[in-house]
Design a protein around this ligand. Structure first.
Ligand code: KE4
Length: 431
């Protein structure tokens, strides 16, 4: 495969935009080389500037659950665009998408639209603090919730200590109120709440983690969070920006049967355009301005063109017969096929999946499963990089990091799945 055009375009971009990317996840830092410049997508395919076609498992980092340029999404956007690009006023589409989100998400009685997952989580954190009058927030190492200052925090030196900034520009003061615990560590949660319970405004967690690679939360871990927050009067926030409408129509909370107090959403609810949301109990959401006093605002929140894409996508996932059953089966076949291909080639590999997301981990043989950041970080990034570039050469486009989730869509066919597994067999045979 040649990447001449991508290389030329990227060389120029790298002088104009930091790292040549508008989001670091795209930067190929973990796999080496330069990102491919993409020009168009159609169904399960994406095409680069040199005309190379790939089966795409990035799907714009999750939003494109209907595949690229689904006709009904494009039609909805074209109709919306023809009426104008935005009004800064309420529109019917916002009412309709709010109704659909509320009808399908167990925890959400009221919802506020924003334009990114980061806006959703930062608003939810502020709301938890404003509603409870408390300062402390709990997050989990390896979970990512967007570039929110209080959440750009690394674990302190010892367990159950308050955080230290893990980005320049985040102040010690900002990090000081964030307690970083280990994912899936039920006893760590119990210790933290017995030490700080009454001071904890909220807990934010990815119920199915995607930002360490795909690590489903253990039911007892999430249940412990739910019980501890209820006892302490803390707000339990499920960050479902990635898992929302990705693992079930009712998102991860419906799979686990655990209802948080607030939920953040993004990605799929925008269908590829900038729509995200936070929502939850009416009593808590009524604390949000202009009804309450917790401030939050946004020029493009609920933009009618973006909402049109999101609404068309949510209608597809909620009205297509057996949408999630089909997606889960497809994803499981692929994940298991990739894991078998790696193991048959003598590699240590474990595939973990949930609904329409999965990760093939090249794990340390001592780790039978990947349950937290410690076990995820012991995976071989070197092996992953060889796999990534080998799959590129085979026409398969994967997320460029071991610590990301891969995504499937309505558009991925059985043939795509089998071709991807065959490609992996070929790649691993050359290891
Ligand atoms: P955005 O601000 O990027 O829309 O959403 C932030 C966010 C919040 N919560 C969760 C669980 C998320 O996964 C994300 C964003 N996910 C990354 C992928 N790991 C988006 C890709 C990127 O940052 O470019």
């Amino acid at each position: 495969m040649k990447f001449t055009n991508s290389r030329e375009i990227f060389a120029k971009t790298a002088r104009l935009i930091p790292g040549g990317v508008n989001s670091p996840a795209r930067a190929f830092g973990a796999v080496g080389g330069n990102p491919l410049v993409m020009t168009r997508g159609n169904g399960s395919s994406i095409y680069d500037a040199d005309g190379n076609r790939f089966i795409d498992y990035v799907l714009s980092w999750g939003p494109l659950i209907a595949g690229h340029a689904h006709p009904s999404v494009i039609e909805a956007v074209q109709k919306a665009v023809s009426d104008g690009l935005g009004f800064g006023a309420p529109t019917r589409g916002e009412t309709e998408i709010a109704e659909l989100i509320i009808a399908t998400t167990p925890s959400i009685e009221m919802v506020r639209l924003v334009s990114s997952g980061t806006e959703a989580t930062s608003s939810a954190i502020r709301l938890a603090r404003g509603y409870t009058g408390r300062d402390k927030i709990v997050k989990f190492r390896g979970c990512y919730h967007g570039h929110v200052d209080p959440l750009l925090v690394a674990a302190g030196s010892a367990a159950a200590t308050f955080g230290v900034p893990n980005s320049p520009g985040v102040t010690a003061g900002c990090a000081a109120d964030t307690l970083v615990l280990e994912y899936n560590d039920t006893s760590g949660v119990q210790e933290a709440f017995s030490a700080f319970g009454g001071e904890i405004a909220g807990v934010i967690v990815e119920p199915v983690a995607g930002n360490m690679g795909c690590i489903p939360g253990k039911p007892e871990f999430l249940q412990t969070l739910r019980e501890a927050c209820t006892r302490a009067g803390s707000v339990l926030i499920f960050d479902e920006v990635m898992s929302g409408y990705r693992v079930a129509l009712g998102s991860a909370q419906s799979r686990y049967g655990i209802t948080p107090d607030l939920t953040t959403l993004g990605k799929v609810i925008g269908g590829g355009l900038p729509v995200a949301a936070y929502g939850g109990k009416r009593e808590i959401m009524n604390a949000v301005i202009p009804v309450g006093k917790v401030f939050q605002a946004g020029t493009l929140s609920g933009n009618p063109v973006a909402v049109a894409a999101g609404l068309a996508t949510l209608k597809l996932v909620s009205e297509t017969e057996n949408f999630y059953g089909g997606l889960e089966t497809k994803t499981a076949r692929l994940a298991e096929g990739l894991e078998s291909a790696a193991r048959e080639a003598g590699l240590t590999a474990t595939a973990q999946k949930c609904g329409g997301m999965f990760t093939l981990f090249f794990n340390d043989p001592a780790d039978r499963e990947i349950t937290d950041w410690q076990s995820a970080s012991r995976c071989s990034e070197k092996t992953f990089a060889r796999y990534f570039w080998g799959m590129i050469e085979q026409g398969i486009y994967l997320p460029c990091s071991q610590f990301e989730a891969n995504f499937t869509s309505l558009a991925h066919t059985d043939q795509d799945i089998e071709q991807t597994i065959a490609a992996a067999k070929e790649v691993f045979s050359r290891f």
